[in-house]
Design a binder for this molecule. Structure first.
Ligand SMILES: NC(=O)c1ccc[n+]([C@@H]2O[C@H](COP(=O)([O-])OP(=O)(O)OC[C@H]3O[C@@H](n4cnc5c(N)ncnc54)[C@H](O)[C@@H]3O)[C@@H](O)[C@H]2O)c1
Length: 432
């Protein structure tokens, strides 16, 4: 696998937040990469070397690999027929009832099956619960002439990227890999060892590899839910949760997590449902995971109730109050709005009759105002839903005083509480 690199061809199916950085990385390591996607605008953009979303690696490599023709994006599935490795990076969302939606994964697998090439290595990077490769993907790929481990290989290498992270990216994150045969595992490990500068951990089975990613995100969801619950408790007890977390973090075993107005993104609020459902079918109820999901899903509502309380204390009602929601992206300094708590916050406030305006420097198309200045001019109350650097740097109490802002609800606990007290502007964080 490590020789004849220039002859090796890869198809990455789904060139979004996960697939495009991977495609750029492999192309930069001399692989010939086709990025196959159903989104024509996206493929056109990539071929013009226009960066479709915030990602430091894509920013660094896209122009180079498009220019030297190592990466080409396409909507033509025939490219699969020329690939030695096919990597699947399509979405794995949940439906409106929080049930796993395997449609994109099934569709992508059917496309591979139609174009399957002998001895092809198929790697699933999409996040899936244990059992999906064997029970959903394999039955589509296998038939009497095509057997796994013989005519093709199937592996799972769950991706761990964290959009907007300047330190960790696809090139330096350690990877767990599982496969359905010994040869498949060797081929997959060789490939990732060639492109990634981090530890590659071959696992005993594909099911274990699937399970690692699921528990990583469930672990995070549970810890966030725990701290959100503590924050709600401390709101009643009058204790500042941020100060307490900082204190507790001086203990060797305490891992700080931070409360907020909600959990967003394509991973944490989605992936636990895959395990919950799979275990339910097997007769096990993940009560802990379900409770974590419930607590985290309720945070936007809790935040809006805080707005209501603070307004009432000021002798105001939510109805007709001019409320500026700052931030639509689900986290700081990125443009990803998937599962962002801002949407529910905005909906709840509007349902209560508030006059809501919105601004996000990274998501202009969903902002009602063109810049920070214009939203501050209109607002009486600010609700910080995303801790973008711009907000942290510019929303100083002394500035807000000039705009006659009456109260700030800090859904990310990212502003300086003491400074607000000095300027006599009402400040309320989550648990502080
Ligand atoms: N975004 C993250 O931070 C992250 C991190 C780790 C893992 N993951 C997992 O990786 C997977 C992909 O997530 P993402 O954030 O890149 O999603 P995304 O929506 O950004 O990208 C997925 C791409 O797949 C394309 N697509 C959908 N169906 C297709 C098909 N049948 N054929 C070809 N293309 C198709 C879409 O058009 C889209 O461009 C998910 O399973 C997700 O849980 C995401």
């Amino acid at each position: 696998m490590k020789n004849n690199k220039s002859k090796k061809r890869i198809t990455v199916i789904g060139v979004g937040y996960v697939g495009l950085p991977l495609a750029c990385l492999a192309a930069n390591k001399d692989y010939q990469v086709d990025g196959l996607d159903i989104n024509k605008q996206l493929t056109a953009k990539i071929n013009k070397a226009r960066i479709p979303f915030q990602d430091s690696l894509v920013k660094k490599l896209l122009a180079k690999v498009v220019k030297n023709r190592k990466l080409r994006a396409t909507t033509q599935e025939k490219v699969i027929q020329h690939a030695e490795i096919v990597i699947v990076c399509v979405p794995t969302p949940v439906d409106e009832n929080y049930q796993p939606d395997f449609k994109p994964l099934i569709k992508a697998t059917e496309t591979i099956k139609k174009n399957l090439k002998d001895k092809q290595l198929i790697i699933i990077e999409s996040t899936i619960n244990p059992g999906v490769c064997e029970e959903v993907i394999l039955p589509i790929l296998e038939d009497k002439n095509n057997k796994v481990g013989k005519n093709f290989y199937l592996a799972h290498a769950p991706e761990r990227i964290n959009p907007g992270d300047l330190k960790w990216n696809v090139a330096n994150l350690p990877r767990n890999i599982g496969a359905m045969s010994k040869e498949g595992l060797t081929l997959a490990v060789d490939f990732y060892s060639d492109i990634i500068e981090a530890k590659i951990n071959p696992m005993k089975s594909i099911r274990e590899a699937e399970a690692t990613k699921t528990i990583e995100n469930a672990f995070r969801d549970i810890n966030i839910a725990f701290i959100n619950e503590i924050a709600k408790s401390f709101d009643q007890l009058g204790i500042d949760v941020v100060d307490v977390i900082k204190g507790a973090a001086s203990k060797f075993s305490f891992m700080p997590h931070w409360p907020s107005c909600g959990v967003g993104g394509h991973c944490i609020p989605v992936d636990p449902y895959y395990l919950i459902r799979k275990a339910e079918i097997a007769g096990f109820s993940h009560d802990f995971l379900k409770l974590a999901r419930k607590i985290n899903n309720e945070m936007p509502k809790y935040t809006v109730e805080m707005v209501q309380d603070e307004l009432n204390k000021l002798g105001m009602a939510v109805k007709n109050a001019k409320i500026a929601v700052l931030g639509v992206a689900y986290k700081a300094d990125i443009d990803d709005t998937r599962e962002s708590p801002s949407f529910e916050i905005i909906k709840l406030l509007k349902d209560m009759g508030a006059k809501v305006s919105t601004y996000d420097p990274y998501v202009k198309e969903l902002s009602s105002e063109k810049d920070l200045n214009s939203i501050l001019e209109k607002a009486e109350i600010l609700l910080i839903a995303t801790d973008h650097k711009q907000f942290k740097n510019k929303l100083k109490p002394i500035v807000l005083k000039k705009y006659q802002i009456k109260a700030v609800i800090d859904g990310k606990n990212c502003l300086d509480k003491e400074e607000f007290a000095k300027q006599k502007i009402v400040y309320k964080g989550i648990g502080r």
